[in-house]
Design a protein around this ligand. Structure first.
Ligand SMILES: CSC[C@H]1O[C@H](OP(=O)(O)O)[C@H](O)[C@@H]1O
Ligand SMILES: Nc1ncnc2[nH]cnc12
Length: 288
């Protein structure tokens, strides 16, 4: 029987997971450098979890400086089967008030200059991203959120901006016209890299503010985000407790993302650069 082992990536305001059992910290190094922080291994309701705060201890890493490749590689190397990403976000919709959780199902990526692939010169791969989120995992998270009494919206598009500055009002209005639901600075390239590492990914985007588009509302600032995050993190922990209770003892059936690299690598074996291939073995050893 295949068990779930969840990699949990914590965002702003969520730097540790309380209530884990059998806790152990592990400092790791990957071919893409060190992840944002040591990994915290533990169990919740008997389900294995590996926690990683993406901004590092003390929130020292800006979105542009997060070692996304090392983070995903470290979770893969730790044996995680799936990734649950947890983030603060701004709302671009009237009905998504602070305190709502959006279980993201689509992304628009406006980041600039971030390393967004494990592959590259010497071994090229093109994974599909049409459905960037694992529908099964997202569905379970939605169920767990509802069971925990959290206001959850199933589905929504998260636009990722480079930051670190928040948006101008013109940008915020533009993103609303584009039909975006929430805004943040971190889910891309995280979701891309999880796909390349054959890790089904889902994201809980916890609304902390109305960005800066709404008349009569203060524009977002860090103090407001952290104020709302104090309540949001309590709800996120309740959701994770429900989620693990649902997964405990439940077989993890295969997901299409588990084998997405079967048809993605275009460079034939004889043309691959052995050095790159050696690095890639940590995340794509199944096919290399
Ligand atoms: C502290 S406000 C801006 C900051 O919060 C979000 O981080 P995360 O996605 O890691 O929760 C947002 O993306 C920005 O990085
Ligand atoms: N309005 C906003 N824009 C970008 N990232 C955010 N994180 C939380 N609120 C945000």
């Amino acid at each position: 029987m295949t068990h779930w082992k969840l990699g949990i990536i914590g965002g702003s305001g969520l730097y540790a997971l309380e209530g884990l059992e059998s806790v152990r910290s592990e400092t790791v190094e990957t071919p893409w450098g060190a992840p944002s922080a040591p990994l915290t291994h533990g169990t919740l309701n008997g389900v294995e979890l590996v926690f990683l705060p993406r901004h590092g201890a003390g929130h020292r890493l800006s979105p542009s400086d997060i070692p996304f490749r090392a983070n995903i590689a470290a979770l893969k190397m730790a044996g995680c089967t799936d990734i649950v990403s947890i983030s603060a976000c701004g709302s671009l919709r009237e009905h998504l008030a602070p305190g709502h959780f959006v279980i993201v199902d689509q992304y628009v990526d406006r980041t600039d200059g971030r390393a967004r692939s494990f592959f590259g010169a010497g071994c090229v791969a093109h994974v599909p991203m049409a459905q960037p989120v694992c529908a099964r995992l997202a569905g379970l998270i939605g169920d767990a959120g509802e069971a925990a009494g959290v206001p959850v919206q199933r589905g929504g598009t998260y636009i990722t901006i480079e930051g670190p500055q928040f948006s101008t009002r013109a940008e915020s209005e533009l993103y609303r016209h584009w039909g975006m639901d929430v805004i943040g600075m971190t889910n891309m390239p995280e979701a891309r890299l999880a796909r390349e590492a054959e890790l089904p990914y889902a994201s809980i985007a916890m609304v902390t503010d109305y960005d800066c588009w709404r008349d009569g509302e203060e524009s977002v600032d860090v103090a407001a985000v952290l104020r709302v995050m104090r309540d949001n993190t309590v709800k996120a922990r309740a959701l994770l407790t429900r989620l693990t209770a649902m997964l405990a003892g439940r077989e993890r059936a295969p997901d299409p993302v588990d084998t997405v690299l079967d048809t993605a690598i275009i460079t034939p074996p004889e043309a691959r650069d052995p050095e790159i291939v050696a690095r890639l073995r940590t995340i794509a050893g199944r096919v290399l």
